[in-house]
Design a binder for this molecule. Structure first.
Ligand SMILES: C[S@@+](CC[C@H](N)C(=O)[O-])C[C@H]1O[C@@H](n2cnc3c(N)ncnc32)[C@H](O)[C@@H]1O
Length: 118
């Protein structure tokens, strides 16, 4: 991950998980809650609008609502949120080769510093 420029005490590394559902961003933030680096991270869960309430409840339960937020969207028709690091967990396997390539090319656009696929 690459931090945005700025005083080290104010750096924020933002990460967005595409097709968020319940888990990844909230779980990573929860795991890092006790670490100093955890306080420097901010995350976005990007998923279809109907997932929003579930995401927000899960973030609240895990006490990371101050560091994650939900952004409704459709990765077929919209740009991905502007962040430092894009993650995709269990997304590509759902789609055919043409759509896989489209999603990977969106995630590897120059404005993102890193892309992680799991
Ligand atoms: C298999 S789940 C993976 C969830 C999560 N990334 C994980 O690793 O547990 C696929 C996710 O993609 C989301 N999804 C499906 N179509 C989408 C679209 N067009 N735009 C954004 N998210 C989408 C679904 O709502 C679902 O949350």
């Amino acid at each position: 991950m690459v931090a945005r420029p700025g005083p080290s005490s104010q750096r924020t590394v933002s990460s967005s998980n595409q097709g968020q559902a319940l888990g990844p961003i909230v779980d990573r933030m929860t795991a890092l809650s006790g670490a100093a680096v955890g306080q420097l991270l901010a995350g976005i869960g990007f998923d279809l609008a109907e997932v929003g309430p579930i995401f927000e409840e899960y973030a609240e339960t895990n006490r990371v609502s101050d560091r994650v937020r939900f952004e409704p969207g459709d990765f077929f028709t919209q740009a991905l949120p502007r962040v430092d690091v894009i993650t995709m967990g269990h997304i590509l396997h759902d789609w055919d080769l043409k759509n896989k390539k489209m999603l990977v090319s969106k995630a590897r656009a120059p404005e993102f510093k890193a892309w992680m696929n799991a």
